[in-house]
Structures are given as structure tokens and as C-alpha cells.
Ligand binder design. Structure first.
Ligand SMILES: Nc1nc2c(c(=O)[nH]1)N[C@H]1C(S)=C(S)[C@@H](COP(=O)(O)OP(=O)(O)OC[C@H]3O[C@@H](n4cnc5c(=O)[nH]c(N)nc54)[C@H](O)[C@@H]3O)O[C@H]1N2
Ligand SMILES: Nc1nc2c(c(=O)[nH]1)N[C@H]1C(S)=C(S)[C@@H](COP(=O)(O)OP(=O)(O)OC[C@H]3O[C@@H](n4cnc5c(=O)[nH]c(N)nc54)[C@H](O)[C@@H]3O)O[C@H]1N2
Ligand SMILES: [Mo]
Length: 772
């Protein structure tokens, strides 16, 4: 194994389909992770890098937000996909000015995100001038002047949009929102808008804080764990270690998912020699193969069954003391779910009455229940209501604010939760803005800004003219690709602060800038010396992260430095924020954060403790619920689910085992048996037959969407040449990979309250090729 150059672009004709696996990790995981790392970094750098991953004095994995196990640092606390995330960032391949000279934008645009990511790390700031087809180098100062000039020429600061992806550190996120608010807008869409926004909306209404209430230890101590709409074997592999421990402690695990995902079934710890060879551990005791969008019906049905059990044996099911002391609206909730029709629940979920009763029994028998979820629940029209129903069940059983129990939204990006805590949100509450203003003698705007979907609409309609992104890949990650591309092309200036080449560099405004930045694994040296940043994991632990690798180019700047330098240019020398000092010493940023954000008192000291520190969470800590009623609120929601129209399928868009969102690591979705290609659509065998299609057939996937109340208009969106793969998915439900399927997701098809694009329930029909 030696270092290799980029692989060729995808040739879908080479796609191979084999049997899906029923276990996750094991020896292939060890081999794949080493192979990929060495291919990109070579042997020496691989050894040096992986050893520091997730260690107390190392850097935080740029993969998922699953916490490290406190106090239990293994020699190697990472997983296959963490190693791929690092290899992708710490690669020795580079994208230099010579690369851009050789490849015009029009040519780059013809490549997939896979090919682009393969090319390596961006090394120089680049500009694309109006009318030109080639990026050319630009000095940093000239780049800042260009941005500042465009921003100052806007009629209002609200004509600018500032996106954030979830890898940005606390320090950079805090300064970024400070610069944006000093400039005068709250237009701060972020990846969270497409991710766990629904969880935040639901939990804030229900328990007064939009974050999960459990720790890793709670999960290890739970006796019942529900995992709904999440594929941990691929997206949070280290969670399997926690689940394995929970199992060893006697926990029962129920997986609620349309797909029999490998990691939910069996797990072989790749770091335990005896384990990788054997059969592994069964993770889920029960697999509820639910229909897409059926979870709300499931939770309401379970609510009814629990109340009926309480009627039969009063005082044994409902935690009366908890409900009476801490909760509001229980009676309304009880009346509502008692009236839920169980036949409808069976139809909506595709589950049997027996499965519903068994699950209800499991909840009743449990003294410590944790419910975990991810995108399967959040990216639905009724996502917020669904998450509230999951919470209702826990409230009814008194499962919040005690050890071994609680809500666990499993976050995606490694610092997506921290970015929110630092103020990246288009509608931060008044207390935060007031504290920010007091700390810096500025006046933050109070008018709410645009989230992701609204920002796309604004750019599409000409209300926004400058777009800047702190990381991420806006063009490929957002819904309705055609609409988003048009929106960005409407802009006068698009600016991408990035580590790697991606589609958002080649679908651009009249002028475009690429500003290359340091990643997590890179050494960050400023005027006072080596700097560390900090991040918050999915369970509210904040800890330091320090990269060690020598940056591949002298022209890279840290996100913090880029923001401070741009802010000085944009806001002028007399601006009250000490941008120069902040740039030189990140401790000073943390000192300011400690005075603005509650829970960060003594930040610099506490973040240097071995495992960092835990942020306060009133429901978890003291059963305090800071909602509008002052109590935990039971929610009452009319039942919604997603029937399949005749001749159609409901499509979910999901991640393969070989990608990180729009970063495609490779072409091997090992657990699902798909190799060398990505344009597949997984369909139930009976649906294939009923639709008159066959396994392996190439089809167009066409989404159908009826906007508003106008039932006569059906908007169609189409993607070409997808191969049908017979798969174990419920009748009427299909699946295909994101981001290739984003052109199908209508911009206006969003979740109520959270405005999150509905990426997990798209009405589609499959058209055999040639019928165009
Ligand atoms: N390696 C790797 N790690 C990642 C990422 C990555 O792309 N690659 N992405 C990161 C990010 S940003 C995020 S948000 C997370 C995403 O983590 P996940 O949410 O696990 O990601 P998805 O691939 O979208 O998988 C959704 C899961 O929900 C199921 N599902 C879909 N619809 C429904 C439904 O209606 N009901 C139920 N019960 N289940 C449903 C799908 O079958 C699938 O198992 O992972 C993070 N970690
Ligand atoms: N159809 C469909 N759409 C979805 C989803 C879905 O399940 N289905 N999931 C949604 C979800 S959950 C999310 S979170 C979003 C993800 O949306 P984004 O966060 O916007 O997308 P990513 O693919 O994670 O961004 C990858 C890019 O980030 C840059 N990058 C990586 N590391 C760094 C860094 O340290 N600093 C900087 N400045 N840049 C860096 C690289 O240039 C890389 O190309 O997509 C959403 N879109
Ligand atoms: Mo996400």
C-alpha cells in the first residue's frame, strides 16, 4: 500500500450489486480505514495522524458529533469512517493555482463531487472574475477588499447571506456571528436547518432546551434504548461501542427503521482482536421495519397502549408524580391519543398489532429508557410533531432528568451543536444578543434573518446579492438543486471558505472567491504561538482540539484569522471588537465567550481539563423546564403519516457507507452491497413487480409535488439513469443516495415549524429509460 493519485471519476457502468451484509465493522473496517488513509497520506502521516484522533491532547475527529467515552481513552479512539474523514482532510494531494489554470470552471462543473474531493486540499486563495472561465490566484488582502467592497455597496446588510457548516470551531463561529451582526444582519443559514432543526424546535417547546438530555454513561446504563431513523453503523460508528456496553449491562435495543441497517443488527468491534473474527454482538433485539414517515403514528399508538395499560393496572404505567409535578397538558394529550385509531397506526407504520403491543410492553417494563434519533425523523413534513410524540412517551414515563434515561438527538457534524451555542442562528434570543452587545459595545440587529430555505428563495428572487459560506457545500447539500444553482448564479459575489474543492466553487456568482483554510488536523500558529480551538459534542461536552500537521501550503489561514482579517477590512480600524488581539490569541476569544454565553464561565480553565466540561442542561440537571409554561409540555398533534399514491413510491435520500454528506470518500456502500457506483434506487421486490419493472433496470426518477392548495398543478423534477436494486425496504418505500437525489426535493416541501427540507419522503415515479 502506498500513496496514490486521485481516482478516475465515477463510471456508473461499472456498478456492482451484491448481497447486503448483516454485520458492521469487523476486519474489513480496519483494512478499509488503513487503506484509504495510506492512499491519501502515505504511511508516516497516517501513523502520526490517527494516533492523535480524539485523544485528550489531540484533535477532535472531523467526522460525527458522537462523544468520546469520558476517562476511557483507548489507544485509538476512532472508527473506519473517522479515519476516512481524516484521510480526506490530511491528504497530501493538492489543488494549486496550476490545477485551476489547467481546468476551466466549465470543465470542473462536469465532474462529480467525488472527483472534485479526490483532487486534494486547496492551497491558495483564488478568484473568478466576471465573465472568466478560470479561477486565478489573488492575494488575501485583495480578496478581503473585494468582499468588503461588495458588502458595503449593498442597499442593506440584509442583502447578504452568511452560511455556516457544522465543522466550524466554537471560536470561529463566535467571531463569525459577531462580524455578521456587527455588519448588521441575522441572515445566518446553517447546515442545522437541514439537519436537526426539527429536534431543536420540538425539544425547545417540550422541555425548554433544544439539546439532548443524556450522556454516554446514561446510554450505557439504560435498560431500553429506542433507535429511530438513524444508521449508526455508518454515520456514528463509535455509538456502536456504547450500545455494546449497554447490551452487556442488560439493555434491550429496539431499532425503528425502514431498512435493516447492518450496524443495527450485528457489530464486531474492530479494535478488539477476538471480536473482529467472531460473529460479533447482536445490537438490536427487535427490528421494527417501519414505513417512511410512520413514526408519529407509532408513537401515538404506543401512547394509547400505555394509557390503556394504566387503566388496567392504575399506578403502574404513568409516572404520576413526575407528570403532576413537572408537566403541563397531560390531560389533553391523554384524551387525544386515547382516540387514535389503531388500525390507522398499523396501516401508517406497516407494523403488526403484536409488534406495537410488544413495544408498549417494553416501555412499561423499562425503568430507564433512552430514545435516540437522527435524520429519519427530522427530515419529514411532520418531523417536529413526531419528535414531540417521542418525547411525550418519555414524559409519561418520567424518563427525563434521571440517570439512564432521556432524549438523544444524535447530531451530525462534529461541531454543529457548538455553532448554535455560539450564536449561529437566524433568530438568536434577546438574552444572547443583549449580552453580545454589552460585551462589545455594538448593536446587533434584532430582525430575524433567513434560514437555508428562505436564503435560497431570497437569492432566487434577487433579494440577496452576496453569499458567503464558512465551510460546507451549499450547492450540493441543499434541496432543489436547479433552484439553488440559479439562486447562487444570481448573486454578485459568492465566497467559499473551504478546505476542499466542491460543487459550490463551480456554481457561483458573477464574481467568486475560494478562500482556503486550515482543517482540524492542521497546526494553527498565530502571533502568540500555537492555538487550540474547542468544540461541543452531541451530549453538550466541550473540549479542546489541537491539530499537529504542518499545513500543506503557507497560504492557508485559519477560519479565525480569515474572519478577523475580513472584519477589520469590512468594519474599519475603529470598530470596538479587538479583532487583532482575537486573531493572535484564541484564549481571548474564549474569555469573551465566557462572559456572553451562559455555561462557559471560566472557559479557558475548564476546557483544559482532561475531558473538557459539560454544559448545563436544566431538565437533565434538575428537572427544570424553561418553557413558556415553566413545565415540560405534552404536545397534542393531529396524526399525520405518508401514504403511497397508486403507481408511485415514497423515496428517502440517505448516506452510503462511503461518504460524508457531499464529500464522497469512495464508491463502496459495503453494508448494502453496492460498489463502484452511486446511481441506484433501492425498491421492494413486490413493488418492482407491481410497477412492471425489473431488478437492474435503468430508470429516470421523477418526483411529483403539488405546491400549496393548488391540487391541479403537479411540479415534476427528474434525475436520469438510476439502476433499480431489489432491496429489503417496506412496500411503497424506496431509497437512494444524497446528494445525487437533491434535484428531486422541492424547495417548498419543508417540515412544519422547522422549515427543514423533506428529504426522507419524496413522492416519485420510476420511468423506464426510453420512455422520455
Ligand atoms: N460517515 C458518515 N458519518 C456521518 C455523516 C456522513 O455522511 N457520513 N453525516 C453526518 C451528519 S451531518 C448527520 S446529520 C448524521 C446523519 O445520520 P443518519 O440520520 O443516520 O443519516 P442518513 O443516512 O440520512 O440515515 C437516515 C436513517 O434513517 C432511516 N429512515 C429514513 N426515513 C425514516 C423514517 O421515516 N422513519 C424511520 N424510523 N427511519 C427512517 C434510514 O433508513 C436511515 O437508516 O451523520 C453524521 N455522520
Ligand atoms: N437530500 C438530502 N439532503 C441533505 C441531507 C439528506 O439527508 N438528504 N442531509 C442534510 C444534512 S443533515 C446536512 S448536515 C447538510 C450538510 O451540508 P454541508 O455541511 O454544507 O455539507 P458538507 O458536505 O458536510 O460540506 C463539505 C465541504 O466542507 C468543506 N470543509 C470541510 N472541513 C472544513 C473545515 O474545517 N473548514 C471549512 N471552512 N470548510 C471545511 C469542504 O470544502 C467540503 O467540500 O446536508 C443536508 N442535505
Ligand atoms: Mo447533518
Amino acid at each position: 500500500m502506498t500513496r496514490k493519485g486521485p481516482r478516475d471519476d465515477i463510471n456508473e457502468n461499472e456498478l456492482v450489486v451484491s448481497h447486503p451484509k448483516d454485520s458492521a465493522a469487523g476486519i474489513p473496517a480496519v483494512l478499509v480505514s488503513l487503506d484509504r488513509a495510506i492512499e491519501q497520506m502515505g504511511v508516516a502521516r497516517t501513523a502520526r495522524t490517527l494516533i492523535r484522533l480524539n485523544q485528550p491532547h489531540g484533535f477532535d475527529c472531523p467526522g460525527c458529533a458522537w462523544p468520546e467515552t469520558p476517562g476511557h481513552h483507548k489507544p485509538a479512539e476512532f472508527c473506519e469512517n473517522g479515519a476516512k474523514a481524516v484521510a480526506e482532510e490530511a491528504t497530501l494531494r493538492t489543488v494549486t493555482p496550476a490545477f485551476f489554470a489547467a481546468h476551466p470552471v466549465s470543465e470542473l462543473a462536469g465532474h462529480t463531487d467525488y472527483w472534485m474531493g479526490q483532487q486534494g486540499r486547496l492551497t491558495h486563495p483564488m478568484v473568478l472574475r466576471p465573465g472568466s472561465d478560470r479561477y486565478e490566484p489573488i492575494g488575501w488582502d485583495a480578496a478581503y477588499r473585494l468582499i468588503a467592497t461588495h458588502l458595503r455597496e449593498l442597499d442593506s446588510p440584509d442583502e447578504a447571506v452568511f452560511y455556516t457548516s457544522g465543522r466550524t470551531s466554537n471560536e470561529a463561529a463566535f467571531l463569525y456571528q459577531l462580524m455578521i451582526r456587527s455588519f448588521g444582519t441575522n441572515n445566518m443559514p446553517d447546515c442545522s436547518n437541514m439537519c436537526h432543526e426539527s429536534s431543536g424546535s420540538a425539544l425547545t417547546e417540550a422541555i425548554g432546551i433544544g439539546k439532548g438530555s443524556v450522556s454516554v454513561t446514561d446510554i450505557e446504563q439504560a435498560d431500553l434504548i429506542l433507535i429511530a431513523g438513524q444508521n449508526p453503523g455508518t454515520n456514528h460508528p463509535r455509538m456502536l461501542l456504547t450500545l455494546e456496553k449497554a447490551k452487556a449491562n442488560g439493555a434491550r435495543i429496539i431499532a425503528i427503521n425502514p431498512l435493516p441497517e447492518a450496524g443495527l443488527r450485528r457489530f464486531k468491534d474492530p479494535q478488539k482482536v477476538g471480536r473482529v473474527l467472531g460473529r460479533g454482538v447482536d445490537i438490536a433485539d427487535e427490528f421494527l421495519q417501519i414505513r417512511l414517515g410512520g413514526d408519529m403514528a407509532l408513537f401515538q399508538g404506543l401512547g394509547r397502549l400505555l394509557l390503556e395499560a394504566e387503566d388496567r393496572a392504575p399506578g403502574t404505567v404513568v409516572d404520576r408524580a413526575f407528570v403532576d409535578t413537572y408537566c403541563a397538558d397531560f390531560d389533553e394529550y391523554a384524551a387525544h391519543v386515547r382516540a387514535v385509531d389503531l388500525d390507522t397506526v398499523v396501516q401508517a407504520t406497516g407494523l403488526s398489532m403484536r409488534q406495537l403491543e410488544d413495544t408498549a410492553r417494553a416501555l412499561i417494563d423499562s425503568e430507564r429508557t433512552v430514545t435516540c434519533w437522527a435524520m429519519g425523523l427530522t427530515q419529514q413534513t411532520h418531523a417536529v410533531a413526531t419528535i414531540q410524540e417521542a418525547t411525550n412517551l418519555l414524559l409519561l414515563r418520567g424518563m427525563i432528568g434521571k440517570p439512564g434515561a432521556g432524549v438523544c438527538p444524535v447530531r451530525g457534524h462534529s461541531n454543529v451543536q457548538g455553532d448554535r451555542t455560539m450564536g449561529i442562528w437566524e433568530k438568536m434570543p434577546e438574552e444572547f444578543l443583549a449580552a453580545l452587545d454589552a460585551e462589545f459595545s455594538i448593536e446587533s440587529p434584532r430582525r430575524h434573518g433567513w434560514d437555508t430555505v428562505d436564503a435560497i428563495r431570497a437569492m432566487r428572487d434577487g433579494h440577496a446579492r452576496v453569499f458567503m459560506a464558512m465551510g460546507g457545500n451549499f450547492v450540493s447539500a441543499t434541496p432543489d438543486t436547479a433552484a439553488t444553482e440559479q439562486a447562487l448564479r444570481n448573486c454578485e459575489l459568492t465566497v467559499q471558505v473551504s478546505t476542499k474543492l466542491n460543487r459550490s466553487h463551480v456554481v457561483h456568482g458573477r464574481t467568486a472567491l475560494i478562500l482556503p483554510t486550515l482543517g482540524r488536523s492542521d497546526l494553527d500558529v498565530q502571533s502568540t504561538g500555537k492555538q487550540s480551538v474547542s468544540v461541543e459534542d452531541s451530549m453538550s461536552m466541550v473540549h479542546l482540539s489541537r491539530g499537529r500537521l504542518k499545513p500543506l501550503s503557507d497560504h492557508l489561514r485559519s477560519e479565525v484569522a480569515i474572519i478577523c482579517q475580513l472584519a477589520r477590512e469590512l468594519l474599519g480600524p475603529d470598530h470596538p471588537v479587538p479583532w487583532t488581539q482575537f486573531e493572535g490569541d484564541y484564549d481571548l476569544i474564549r474569555d469573551s465567550i465566557s462572559r456572553v454565553v451562559p455555561g462557559f464561565e471560566d472557559y479557558n480553565t475548564r476546557v483544559r481539563q482532561r475531558d473538557g466540561f459539560l454544559l448545563p442542561h436544566p431538565p437533565r440537571d434538575s428537572r427544570e423546564f424553561l418553557t413558556h409554561t415553566g413545565k415540560a409540555n405534552f404536545a397534542v398533534n393531529p396524526l399525520e403519516w405518508v401514504p403511497t399514491p397508486p403507481g408511485r413510491l415514497i423515496l428517502q435520500t440517505l448516506r452510503s457507507h462511503d461518504q460524508y454528506n457531499t464529500t464522497i470518500y469512495g464508491l463502496d456502500d459495503r453494508y448494502r452491497g453496492v460498489k463502484n457506483g452511486r446511481k441506484v434506487v433501492f425498491v421492494n421486490a413486490d413493488d418492482i413487480a407491481e410497477l412492471g419493472l425489473r431488478d437492474g433496470q435503468i430508470v429516470d426518477v421523477v418526483s411529483e409535488w403539488t405546491p400549496g392548495n393548488d391540487t391541479d398543478t403537479v411540479e415534476e423534477r427528474r434525475i436520469h439513469d438510476f439502476r433499480i436494486v431489489e432491496y429489503n425496504t417496506p412496500r411503497g418505500n424506496a431509497a437512494a443516495y444524497y446528494p445525487e437525489t437533491n434535484p428531486l426535493v422541492p424547495l417548498d416541501h419543508v417540515a412544519a415549524k422547522s422549515n427543514t427540507p423533506v428529504s426522507k419522503a419524496i413522492v416519485v415515479r420510476l420511468e423506464p429509460n426510453g420512455s422520455r
